[in-house]
Design a protein around this ligand. Structure first.
Ligand SMILES: Nc1ncnc2c1ncn2[C@@H]1O[C@H](COP(=O)(O)OP(=O)(O)OP(=O)(O)O)[C@@H](O)[C@H]1O
Length: 252
């Protein structure tokens, strides 16, 4: 018989992401050639300066939550998403995640142009952490979702950019994940495909996956996410209900 504590009827949800005092600094170079560097050195001008993209960012996300990262261009949203995914390392603080994290970030980055769509599905899904058995089980679904089945044995270099994105997105969205990171869903493919991607992301959230979404489509994120973290010049300025965050961003 299960113990009462195993049933967890009203247990608090577990934490999926902890971001503690995160900071990220980039080096901005002001010279491009050796000649420019020599001239800058003579004039005592700095060859590079640093730029703080994120400053002391702290928050927690619980399992099953859907959270939008909002802010104007250059505020630090994508940098934060990359720190959560592990693509970038912070200069200060730390990120802890529970479960498998997959990003719809730079989709298709692992695709090889000389391989066919079919070969790229296997290659990319393996890079994203799936086993051969898991890929076999999902293969038909991935191809069906991409709607490019007719061209699946054609080399990817002959695909149109939209076809390429459809396949890459389809692989990424069918990987086994607990935490799904999404950067600008609406840059993917044509309108019907975008709608289909959004429906799929909603379905994953209903199944209990944790979502962290970056987008400038404020209406869409307010509908998709219950919570939003508003970032301004690398710092959190609001963390709360998504409609409130959107209203604050519009008022900034
Ligand atoms: N590799 C890098 N080297 C130097 N600066 C960088 C690098 N990556 C990001 N930055 C800078 O960090 C800041 C935050 O960039 P980031 O892409 O996180 O912003 P964002 O909020 O996602 O912007 P957008 O809404 O325009 O996509 C920007 O000023 C950007 O120029």
């Amino acid at each position: 018989m299960p113990k009462t504590s195993d049933l967890r009827p009203d247990a608090a949800p577990r934490t999926a992401v902890i971001a503690a005092h995160l900071s990220k600094r980039f080096l901005l170079r002001h010279t491009h050639s050796l000649k420019e560097s020599v001239i800058a050195a003579f004039r005592r001008k700095p060859l590079s300066t640093t730029f703080d993209a994120l400053n002391d960012v702290t928050f927690e996300i619980c399992e099953g939550e859907s959270v939008a990262l909002l802010g104007f261009n250059g505020s630090g949203k994508s940098t934060l998403l990359k720190l959560i995914s592990g693509v970038l390392q912070p200069d200060g603080g730390e990120v802890l995640t529970r479960g498998r994290v997959a990003g719809l970030i730079e989709v298709g980055a692992g695709f090889h142009p000389d391989l066919s769509g079919r070969e790229n599905i296997y290659l990319n899904a393996a890079i994203l952490g799936m086993t051969q058995k898991e890929i076999d089980a999902r293969y038909d679904e991935i191809v069906e979702f991409s709607e490019i089945g007719q061209f699946i044995d054609t080399e990817v270099k002959h695909y149109s950019s939209g076809m390429f994105l459809r396949l890459a997105f389809s692989v990424a969205i069918h990987t086994e994940v607990d935490i799904l990171l999404v950067d600008e869903i609406l840059s993917v493919g044509d309108e019907p495909f975008q709608r289909k991607c959004l429906d799929k992301i909603r379905q994953l959230h209903l199944e209990g996956k944790t979502l962290v979404v970056v987008s400038h489509d404020l209406q869409m994120v307010a509908d998709l996410c219950e919570r939003a973290i508003l970032i301004n010049k690398g710092s959190i300025v609001f963390d709360g209900e998504s409609h409130d965050a959107v209203a604050r961003l519009r008022a900034q």
